[in-house]
Ligand binder design. Structure first.
Ligand code: AMP
Length: 329
């Protein structure tokens, strides 16, 4: 069975974009692959999070992914910093990662621009840590968004470079996961663009119904169709895109028809959309709350993940040390 590795940022709550864009694909992958999902708390240190917040952030993200359906019996779900072998492999890979190529990485240049007061070496070597995360489990496939494509290219480069330097066909060269048509972009409710953390326009799985309703009722619309069968403007198309993932087919049909007959009332459309979003998120929200307050369960899951991830990671590091030439006395 092929191995898939994917990291999860321990920042913020899951929004509908995360759910339909990433989590749902994780749920499919865990049925067919040997999956490692880790919460990337080493990576998060590049922005210097407050020590008081770090553990709580990790816990909340773990609870949300479990509530959304990640299954610790099917996948290895672990906390990155629970597996120090990742840090050792990063150190070893760093010796063959060159300053020039790291400086040229788009994600490094972006981050350096975003936080000019904190251009730390961790930002520069982020692609090396990411490579270690992936190849430490000999991953075959990695689900990556557009923004991570270049970093996966670096992972492939570091893995093949290691193989070349040591004249061994040791590391698998991981490939990007191809979702085909299944990749959907969930838009925001602000008229254009996607739903996102930095866009500050998310509807969250853990959000209470009142707040969801308020956000949906405030969604940007237009002045309404003026002639039959006119094309949808972007803000309206966005509302329909969200409907596609949470509403019943006949509901969508109904409002599309109302639109093409110019008799649509956006207030009704929004009320229905809010209702359907709430119906979708409520069971997940309740599960998040239950899991987040069950310390015993969370600690059991983390321990199980750590043990499985350690086994696979330590095996790789042991073999890499051997290849490099370290010998025990
Ligand atoms: P982020 O919340 O930015 O850390 O995103 C985590 C993952 O969620 C990304 O890699 C995407 O796969 C997915 N994602 C985030 N926002 C959206 C969106 N609006 N539509 C679809 N997928 C998204």
């Amino acid at each position: 069975m092929e191995t898939v590795v994917s990291g999860i940022r321990p920042t913020g709550n899951l929004h509908l974009g995360n759910y339909f864009g990433a989590v749902r694909n994780f749920l499919k992958m865990q049925e067919n692959y040997n999956c490692y999902f880790f919460i990337a708390d080493y990576h998060s240190l590049t922005t210097h999070p407050n020590p008081k917040d770090l553990h709580g952030n990790v816990k909340q993200v773990l609870a949300e992914y479990l509530a959304a359906g990640l299954d610790p019996e099917k996948s290895t779900i672990y906390i990155q910093s629970d597996v120090p072998a990742v840090a050792e492999l990063t150190l070893l890979l760093n010796m063959n990662a060159y300053l020039g190529e790291l400086e040229r990485t788009t994600s490094f240049k972006d981050k350096a621009r975003q936080q000019p007061e904190n251009v730390n070496a961790g930002l520069l070597t982020y692609p090396v840590l990411m490579a270690a995360d992936i190849i430490i489990h000999q991953a075959h496939k990695v689900p990556v968004g557009k923004d991570q494509e270049q970093n996966l290219e670096m992972t492939r480069k570091f893995a093949s470079r290691f193989n070349r330097i040591y004249k061994q066909d040791y590391f698998n060269i991981p490939r990007p996961f191809n979702f085909g048509d299944e990749l959907i972009k969930i838009p925001g409710l602000d008229g254009s663009g996607k739903m996102g953390k930095s866009e500050n326009n998310g509807i969250f799985l853990a959000e209470d119904p009142k707040s969801i309703r308020k956000k949906v009722m405030r969604a940007v619309t237009d002045s309404g169709p003026t002639e039959p069968n006119s094309p949808l403007s972007e803000p309206i198309a966005n509302l329909f895109t969200i409907m596609e993932v949470v509403s019943k087919e006949e509901t969508i049909e109904f409002f599309k028809e109302e639109y093409s007959k110019c008799s649509i009332r956006y207030g009704d459309l929004k009320k229905q959309l809010a209702k359907d979003i709430i119906e979708f998120t409520t069971p997940i929200r309740e599960k998040i709350e239950a899991i987040a307050s069950d310390e015993q369960y969370l600690s059991k899951v983390a321990k199980m993940g750590r043990e499985k991830a350690m086994e696979s990671a330590e095996k790789t590091v042991r073999e890499v040390r051997e290849i490099i030439g370290f010998r025990p006395f």
